[in-house]
Design a protein around this ligand. Structure first.
Ligand code: UTP
Length: 297
């Protein structure tokens, strides 16, 4: 029987240089989309997919992230006394149980592959998920849940994938497709950040993975690759060669690259428009903004 995916690694040890100077003191993952930090979206998605253990790979300066997951007893008591039950419920929904969450340090930002490898002792011989919280995905069925369901059928390794325009392939890991089965493709290769004319397809990997323990084994042996970093892509590429069981999964939903300023702003607009309390006022504002711009043209 295939093992269930119950552990997820959240690599959050990157430097977040694209958001400097903010990230000088605020971890990128704590930055707020409307009223929830990025990391909360990732946790909620993982929980919906059946994840029970949350492993954070952190680094120096990420204290605010650890604090965020502490229970805020004083705040809870104050809200309770004031009868603010709605807010209290919202707050309590973010609580993590003791022992559910673990923090591991990555002492040097040596790349995503290295960050994942740092969590090796917290995993046994089981498949695990990797979630990059700066990829926020709006979806009716949360993306990781879609993947866990497909993984339960197929096993092996699965990476979330989406079509990107030619000029964008150089920003992603790109899949070399063996067989296209619709929402799932089997993969015969993976190329990190190819120029458009060298890209084997337009199917790009984004920040959701379900990986087998073998990939952790490859990470044990991999030396630094492109950019002097240990690339997760290299370990997955080895698995393609040795086990031929890597799949790309075309998820249903919209992905926002909240690791970039433009993506973060787009997500803010989308989530603002989807927010019950804000929707109408915000929509009116955007409509007014549009008419001012049209009048000016
Ligand atoms: P990014 O490529 O977005 O890098 O990492 P970054 O440092 O977060 O941001 P920029 O590019 O400097 O603005 C993708 C994911 O991998 C994690 C990051 O925290 C992010 O979730 N990561 C990256 C690590 O945990 N460790 C690393 O050494 C590198």
């Amino acid at each position: 029987m295939k093992k269930k995916v119950t552990k997820a690694i959240f690599p959050v040890a990157g430097l977040g240089t694209r958001f400097l100077p903010a990230t000088k003191s605020v971890p990128k993952e704590i930055m707020t989309l409307v009223d929830r930090p990025l990391i909360q979206y990732a946790i909620d998605e993982a929980r919906a997919a059946g994840i029970k253990e949350f492993i954070f790979v952190t680094s120096r300066g990420k204290g605010a992230l650890e604090d965020y997951f502490d229970h805020a007893h004083e705040l809870e008591n104050t809200l309770r006394k004031k009868g603010k039950t709605d807010l209290l419920q919202k707050l309590k929904a973010t609580n993590m149980d003791s022992g559910e969450i673990a923090y591991i340090r990555q002492h040097k930002a040596l790349g995503l592959g290295h960050a994942v490898w740092c969590a090796r002792r917290l995993l046994s011989n089981e498949p695990f998920a990797v979630i990059l919280p700066d990829d926020v995905i709006a979806a009716e069925t949360p993306c990781l849940q879609q993947m866990v369901e497909a993984h339960a059928e197929l096993g092996g390794n699965m990476v979330a994938a989406m079509e990107v325009p030619d000029e964008k392939t150089s920003s992603y890991g790109v899949l070399d497709i063996k067989e296209d089965m619709g929402s799932v493709v089997s993969v015969k290769g993976m190329v990190e950040k190819p120029e458009a004319d060298k890209a084997p397809s337009n199917l790009a990997v984004i920040g959701r993975y379900i990986l087998s323990p073998d990939v952790m084994g490859h990470l044990n042996r991999i030396k630094t690759g492109a950019g002097g970093e240990v690339q997760l892509t290299d370990a997955i590429a080895q698995e393609i060669t040795s086990a031929d069981n890597v799949y790309g999964f075309r998820f249903k939903g919209q992905r926002f690259d909240c690791g970039s300023k433009a993506g973060f702003l787009q997500a803010t607009v989308a989530f603002g428009l989807a927010h019950e309390e804000l929707r109408d006022e915000f929509q009116d504002y955007l409509t007014d903004l549009g008419s001012v711009r049209n009048a000016a043209q």
